[in-house]
Design a protein around this ligand. Structure first.
Ligand SMILES: Nc1nc2c(ncn2[C@@H]2O[C@H](COP(=O)(O)OP(=O)(O)O)[C@@H](O)[C@H]2O)c(=O)[nH]1
Ligand SMILES: [Mg+2]
Length: 284
């Protein structure tokens, strides 16, 4: 994925979204359920002032169920609709439609009072790279959705996907960038695999993962790798490599290979469902 967000790119992305947001009633913000803080960009709140908001907590299949429900409650208290979702699965779509309908109901009522006919709600999807925007749009629109094409005068140059009689979705999502300059956010993005591994020290990432799991999800490291997780995390990287039989020339444990495996297991859920961001930290 592309994580090179230069100031020029950010300015361009903001301008594009400021243009697009004028055309919609609703913003569907996709976030990664494992990192509801680290996968959001506060810039969207400025761009989307006065627009209804539905938050899709995507990759819920990989996130801690209890903590995700706390987050959903937190977002709902803030006035957004919220759906816990695996965007690869069509099953969640009915819930999304229901929450969108509820969220835009107030606006529709205002429109009707002003004599504006029941026109379709227009929505756009927004989120940081890799959070599942394309997957969501594809699952949501399905194969049957018709692209409505340009709408002269109103939405010049824009492609809309019509969903039933009451929703139109802008087919290009707004791409936000993560706040890499925040150290904790950067670490969380690295741990869930949303940073290009070429620029990471994977041993460091694996070390952080083990430290985190030992503290927040005790037992998982021992269980998966057949080691005693009360040992020091750096030592564990070697012990797990030895347990796997990954020994280099000179009887040295291959901790690089081991680190890559741990990172892969963590991001794909083989170390269990996890949440890195906690609502109680956000409230404080
Ligand atoms: N486990 C899981 N993977 C997902 C989910 N949604 C998307 N993905 C995967 O996440 C990766 C990035 O998705 P994509 O839609 O390309 O993200 P985008 O960059 O925001 O458009 C892909 O490999 C998807 O298959 C989900 O809900 N659960
Ligand atoms: Mg995409």
């Amino acid at each position: 994925m592309d994580i090179q967000w230069f100031p020029g790119h950010m300015t361009k992305a903001i301008r594009q979204m400021e243009e697009d947001v004028k055309l919609v009633d609703l913003i569907i913000e996709i976030i990664d359920a494992r990192i509801p803080v680290s996968s959001r960009n506060p810039e969207l709140d400025k761009i989307g002032r006065n627009k209804a908001r539905v938050i899709i907590m995507n990759k819920f299949d990989l996130a801690d169920e209890g903590i995700s429900r706390q987050w959903a409650k937190y977002f709902e208290e803030q006035g957004a609709g919220c759906v816990l979702m695996d965007a690869r699965n069509k099953k969640g779509i009915a819930e999304v439609k229901k929450v969108i309908a509820t969220t835009v109901a107030a606006k529709k009522a205002r429109d009707l009072a002003r004599g504006i006919k029941n026109r379709p709600v227009r929505a756009m999807v927004a989120g940081i790279p890799n959070c599942g925007k394309s997957t969501f749009i594809n699952t949501y629109t399905g194969k049957s959705a018709a692209k409505t094409g340009d709408k002269p005068g109103v939405t010049k140059g824009k492609q809309w996907i019509r969903l039933g009689s009451d929703l139109e979705l802008l087919d290009t999502p707004g791409i936000l960038w993560p706040k890499f300059e925040d150290k904790e956010i950067g670490a969380h993005l690295a741990m869930i695999g949303s940073v290009n591994s070429d620029i990471l020290d994977m041993s460091e990432v694996a070390y952080e993962i083990i430290e985190f799991l030992k503290k927040e999800y005790p037992g998982r490291v021992s269980e998966r790798y057949s080691v005693d997780e009360s040992h020091d995390s750096a030592a564990l990287l070697e012990e797990i490599a030895v347990e796997k039989g990954w020994i280099k020339k000179g009887a040295e444990a291959d901790t690089v290979k081991c680190s890559q495996m741990i990172a892969g297991d963590f991001k794909s859920g083989r170390l269990g469902r996890i949440s890195l961001d906690r609502p109680e930290q956000n409230r404080g």
